[in-house]
Ligand binder design. Structure first.
Ligand SMILES: Nc1ncnc2c1ncn2[C@@H]1O[C@H](COP(=O)(O)OP(=O)(O)OP(=O)(O)O)[C@@H](O)[C@H]1O
Ligand SMILES: [Mg+2]
Length: 321
C-alpha cells in the first residue's frame, strides 16, 4: 500500500473534495483497492463516501480511526482491530455502455469527541513523551498494508501540530492542492516547512508526488496565469512537488459537487454521482488519476473507459478496412 497525503494547511483548497474524486476514480476506473483515511474530525470526506447512519453506528460501537490510534498508543494494533473499524463501500451494479459502477473502497473515519480528548491527552504530555506517539497512525495502518493499493489521507484545514505531523509521518507521497489565489500560494512556504519538519529526527521519507491546481475557475484569467507561473517557478527550484499537467487540473464545477453532497453516497455509478453535464470535469479527473498512477509507476493500463473507446475505434477501423 502506498499512502498519499493530500496536504495543505489552508482550509478550503479542496482537499476533501479532491480526496473523494480520487477515491471514486481510482477505485472505479482503475480498479485500485482504495483506503480513505479521513483525518478531519469534521468528517465531510467520510460522509461523502459512506452513509452517515453507518458511520454513527460504528462510532456508537467504539469503532473509529481514533479508537485505533488509542490502541496504537497503548502498545499495538491487530489486523482484526483495524478490520473492525473499516467502513466499506461495496461495488454495486455492473458496467454498462457509458456507465461505470462506483468501485468498492474502505474508509477510516475520525470520531470528533474522541479526537478532541485524544488531542488534549497527547498535548498535555511532556514534549519528549508527546513526540513518541508521532508514528501511531503509521502503526495503525501497518496491519492492512497488503490489503490496499492506495491509501488517501485527507488532512484537516488547520494546523494542529501533533495531528498534522502524525498524518505526515504516515504519508509516503505528498499531493499539494493549490487554488489559483494569491493567499493560498503565499502560504506554500509554511506548508513546505511543515513537511520537512515532519521528517526530522526520523527515517521516514515523504516523496513529492505532485502539485495540482485545483478548483480552477477560468484558465484564461490573469489570476490563473499568474498562479501557474508562480507554481512553475517554485517547481523549477524543486521547492514544491512537480506540477500535474494542465489537462489534469480540477476545474471549478459547482454542479459536480453534488458528488460530495449528503445522499450522494447512495449513487451507484460515476455518472449518477457526478452528473452527465460535467464531461470536461470527468475527463480531467480521469487524466489526473492516470497521471497520478503513472507517477507512482503503477500505470494500470486499466482505464476501463479508454479500453472500451480503444476497442470501439479498433473495431471501426477493422470494419472500414
Ligand atoms: N472542483 C470544484 N468545483 C467547485 N467547487 C468546489 C470544487 N472542489 C471543492 N469545491 C468547493 O470548495 C469548498 C472547499 O472544498 P473542500 O471542503 O474540499 O476544501 P478543504 O480543503 O477540504 O477544506 P477544509 O480545509 O476546510 O477541510 C467546498 O465548498 C467545496 O464544495
Ligand atoms: Mg476538508
Amino acid at each position: 500500500m502506498i499512502s498519499i497525503g493530500i496536504f495543505h494547511m489552508k482550509g478550503g483548497v479542496g482537499k476533501s473534495a479532491l480526496t473523494v474524486f480520487l477515491a471514486d476514480f481510482l477505485s472505479s476506473i482503475h480498479e485500485q483497492r482504495v483506503l480513505v483515511v479521513d483525518l478531519d474530525p469534521q468528517g465531510s470526506t467520510s460522509k461523502a463516501l459512506i452513509p452517515e447512519d453507518k458511520i454513527d453506528k460504528a462510532f456508537k460501537s467504539g469503532l473509529s480511526l481514533t479508537a485505533l490510534l488509542r490502541h496504537a498508543c497503548n502498545g499495538g494494533v491487530t489486523k482484526e482491530q483495524v478490520e473492525c473499524c473499516l467502513l466499506h463501500r461495496e461495488q454495486t451494479g455492473k458496467a454498462r455502455k457509458g456507465s461505470v459502477p462506483l468501485g468498492a473502497l474502505s474508509v477510516l473515519a475520525t470520531h470528533r469527541e474522541d479526537w478532541r480528548e485524544l488531542n488534549e491527552e497527547i498535548n498535555s504530555l511532556e514534549r519528549t513523551k508527546r513526540w513518541r506517539f508521532l508514528d501511531v497512525l503509521k502503526d495503525a495502518l501497518a496491519p492492512v498494508k497488503d490489503d490496499f493499493d492506495i491509501a488517501l489521507l485527507d488532512f484537516p484545514g488547520s494546523e494542529i501540530l501533533f495531528w498534522t505531523t502524525m498524518g505526515l509521518r504516515a504519508t509516503d507521497y505528498w499531493l499539494l492542492p493549490e487554488i489559483p489565489d494569491f493567499f493560498s500560494i503565499a502560504d506554500i512556504e509554511s506548508v513546505v516547512e511543515l513537511v520537512h519538519e515532519a521528517q526530522k529526527n526520523s527515517t521516514h521519507t515523504i516523496h513529492p508526488l505532485g502539485t495540482l491546481l485545483n478548483i480552477c475557475p477560468d484558465r484564461k484569467s490573469d489570476t490563473y496565469r499568474k498562479a501557474r507561473a508562480a507554481l512553475s517557478a517554485l517547481e523549477d527550484h524543486k521547492a514544491i512537488p512537480p506540477l500535474f499537467s494542465k489537462e489534469a487540473e480540477v476545474l471549478h464545477r459547482p454542479e459536480a459537487m453534488k458528488a460530495t453532497d449528503w445522499g450522494s453516497e447512495g449513487s451507484k455509478t460515476l455518472v449518477s454521482r457526478y452528473g452527465p453535464a460535467t464531461k470536461p470535469f470527468h475527463v480531467g479527473l480521469r487524466k489526473l488519476a492516470k497521471e497520478l498512477l503513472e507517477r507512482l509507476g503503477r500505470s494500470s493500463g486499466r482505464d476501463k473507459l479508454s479500453v472500451v473507446a480503444n476497442l470501439r475505434r479498433k473495431l471501426r477501423d477493422f470494419w472500414r478496412s
